[in-house]
Design a protein around this ligand. Structure first.
Ligand code: OMP
Length: 274
């Protein structure tokens, strides 16, 4: 195993010729009917999605929100183990951070523990010490929320500081300082293409995780053009891939085929801009 998460991700990107991150957000209300009576319906769904998409995926990104209940963590750990079995790194989208004592507990979500993820998304709001337990896990990737894709992303992140820089620019500068182990990246939404371009110039060495392509209508070209650092970075789509069959003739039985085709299509589209 190579040293950093980004080394491993870079290898995967080259090997699969893909920067596509497939988001595993299995909203229980949208699962196909025939999987609903399974022991762990979300796991049954994810397993089929992974079978159909892994050839095209540089990484998977389960969002913790879809697993935070009694059966959820079992579904999540099965999913992580299965993705690893296919050789695909997993970014746990948990957006965590807390005072050190608590963050140390969260940090077990990534790293060497069996079924832990390879990288995690974190929230910079509480500052460096709240992220230290993640940053100090040298082999784990840490994606710091910088300029998010949601409409309210500008409410705080675009505010201008006394120094003249925007809050998101300060976050990027801090993340660059926190990158002593070469394991830090930024989350920057594809719905903010100007900020993507500007941030790429500001922190040329940090890989970005770029969500917001697909269901949120973000700019796929800007995501690729500015999201990659030395060819390494991820462009995520979740609902646009895993629920690609919805509304079509094979909504129920053919959902994994539709997901596989959607993943292949988006991979190819992203590759046109690399
Ligand atoms: O951290 C994230 O991944 C994230 C940051 C952000 O700014 N916007 C954003 O959409 N995300 C996540 O990326 C995924 C996007 O899902 P889709 O809109 O279905 O592709 C969800 O899991 C979001 O929580």
């Amino acid at each position: 195993m190579t040293a950093t998460f980004f080394d491993r991700l870079g290898e995967r990107i080259r090997e699969r010729d893909s920067v596509l991150c497939v988001g595993l957000d299995p909203d229980p209300s949208r699962l196909p009917d025939h999987l609903r009576d399974r022991d762990l319906p979300r796991w049954a769904f994810n397993r089929r999605i992974i079978d159909a998409t892994h050839e095209h995926a540089a990484a998977y990104k389960p969002n913790a929100a879809f697993y935070e209940d009694d059966d959820g963590w079992r579904a999540l750990t099965e999913t992580i183990a299965y993705a690893h079995g296919k050789g695909v790194p997993v970014v746990l989208d948990a957006k965590r951070a807390d005072i050190g004592n608590t963050a140390r507990q969260y940090a077990g979500l990534v790293g060497d523990r069996a079924h832990a993820a390879d990288a995690i998304t974190v929230n910079p709001y509480m500052g460096r010490d709240s992220l230290e337990p993640f940053l100090s896990r040298e082999g784990a990737g840490v994606f710091v929320l910088c300029r998010t894709s949601n409409p309210g992303g500008s409410d705080l992140q675009d505010l201008e500081l006394a120094s003249g820089e925007a809050v998101y620019e300060r976050v990027a500068a801090l993340a660059d300082l926190w990158n002593g182990n070469g394991n830090v990246g930024l989350v920057v939404g594809a719905t903010a293409p100007e900020e993507l371009e500007e941030l790429r110039e500001q922190v040329p060495d940090l890989p970005f995780l770029v969500p917001g392509v697909g269901s949120q209508g973000g700019d796929a070209e800007a995501a690729v053009e500015f999201g990659l650092a030395e060819g390494v970075g991820l462009v995520n789509s979740s609902r646009g891939i895993i629920f690609a069959a919805e509304g079509g003739p094979n909504e129920d039985e053919g959902f994994e085929k539709a997901a596989g085709e959607a993943a292949k299509r988006l991979k190819k589209r992203l590759n046109r801009y690399r």
